[in-house]
Design a protein around this ligand. Sequence first.
Ligand code: GLA
Ligand code: ZN
Length: 680
Amino acid sequence: MRYDEIKGFLHGGDYNAEQWLDRPEILAEDIRLMKEAGVNAVTLGVFSWAMYEPRENEFHFEWLDNLMDSLWENGIHVILATPSGGKPPWLIKKYPHIMRTDQNRIRHLYGERENHCNSNSIYREKVLQIDRLLAERYAHHPALILWHISNEMYGTCHCEDCQQNFRKWLKNKYTTIDKLNQEYWSVFWSHRYDDFDEIESPAPHGETAVHGLALDYQRFYSDLSIDFLKQEIAAVKEYNPQIPVTTNLFHFNCGIDITKLCRILDIVSWDSYPKWHCGTDLQTEWESAVEASFGFDFCRSQKNAPFLLMESTPSNTNNAPVCKLKRPGMHMLSAMQAIASGSDSVQYFQWRKSRGAYEKFHGAVISHNGSAETRVFKDVCAVGRQLQELCDVRGAVTRSRAALIYDWNTMRALEEQKSLRRNQRGLEEIIREHYKALLKNYISIDIIDQTSDFMKYNFIAAPMLYLFLPGTADKIRQFVEKGGTFVLTFYSGLVNENDLAYECMPPYSLNDVLGLSVEETDALTDGEYNTLLYQDKRYKVSHYCDLIHDSSAEMLSAYEKDFYAGMPAVTRNHFGKGAAYYIACRPEEDFLYHFYRDILRSIGIPAIIDSAYVEDVMVKERVQGDTRYQFLMNFAAVPRIIHGIELAGYETKIIKGIMAVRSYNDFHGRVLARLPDVSI
Ligand code: GLA
Ligand code: ZN
């Protein structure tokens, strides 16, 4: 069956059936319980290589034939993985160079998973062989709806093959060694290269000082990983191009530029494991909810389309600092949060707990006791029923007029750079603060990078956009000129794409757009604050303060302390048909909330729901044709009231409304009719 012909959401998860092949009664019971739980899609084969090919070139697929057939006969779809995430021991015994060499130049022994070298030609050959055999056999199987390529790819390798490939990649990028020397500023400490062959990837006991090199190595390895996936995708598509492909992403900082990676996928998918109930205030789960929401919004924004929640735990994980159980109500709430944010699935890791090894106590739908009379199983059944009721929401989209830039190149460059605060620039937390402030304003937010199309938004915020790729400054200029509202903050536009400082006062090439130039940036010690006044309220400012040299922009707020008291801390500049704001420092979150509220109101981006932020309540929206679904979610264990609607602890209410105008451009039109609330 085709993926897009399926009615309603996917519900299911990783089914490691290969662990139970000698227990036919368990496999039969699994299908019975899946049907009881409303499971309609399972992921097979993520770690099945050793069962497919127990010895080199000896293949056994009969067990998968039977499994796929029996799932299909029972109405359960299959997401079939390629097994490259985990490999059998015989492979490494014979070809030890497949194992990754770490940055200390130590080649790893057989063990663990997802630790192969992406340059290794034998590994590629072996993976492609098994991928082709799987595709040849199953690409037209009626149960197959999606390929799950590899598993949570991450990390880098530093072996000799990778060094050679890196040098090729560099030659291709710079053409001449002189150009590379210039961009790396390698005369510094006499690190000037005379030949590409002298270049080695960074190492703790080797090169750490050339930032352009470190950044390029990350980019090279990201490209190599993407190339590896591309080959796998091509192998399975050879047999049936109609079956879409995904790979399960799990972290923005996984060593791959995942925005770039998403371009080669048909569907984006995400593994989400927020640390529910681990905070200091056990009454509220707001911070974990924000973390999960950020991942979801990121995934949805990549293709402006629904994504899949590929893994989540129905109870606890086994790898958190404290492996808390999900409190009653949290499983439903976290599932609804994924749906509210644009997921077309709720999938779990894992269906059945393994009896041994690393994950034997990781949460699962079915525990070692095999019982359906458990709290977790009942919770999963309740989600299954709920997803069926909501089936019309499948495929609904979210149209955001606002976006936040979280940029991989900037993140990688800031990790290397030495300044501000040792070992910790705080980009991730800074981005999170701005995200939270926007989220609390109850608007839909896309999370994009500097390569994205800016023109489809009315409002873009770019906190700490340290590195500008070629063309970024022009894109910002045009965006503002044509009527957009852009917010830039401290420490933006300092270096070019190779981490080479611009010869100007930042932000590079935007001084006229912002109406200012930055002369210096002060770093504050822990616990040290400056303050600013905004709308008669005083707010704390921490960590970083830009000192503005020259400003023709309107000063919205000034620093109150230190030798730069009176200098601009927040400004606005009208440019072309739009406006460019500058936040020169890191103000507390409450400031950002109010500041963004004022901007969003002034440019007419209405909230999904007309309410000031109600503590712990998150609001999301999906739109299907002319029907809008507003999800009101309470992440507190106690009741909250928003817009006159009461939400019990951990409750989600879904308001279904008809939009005034069918056109997406106008989707923020007045709600004409309110249907009765659906309460969960
Ligand atoms: C990841 C992996 C899974 C499993 C889970 C456990 O998401 O993809 O195989 O190990 O973590 O949380
Ligand atoms: Zn390698």
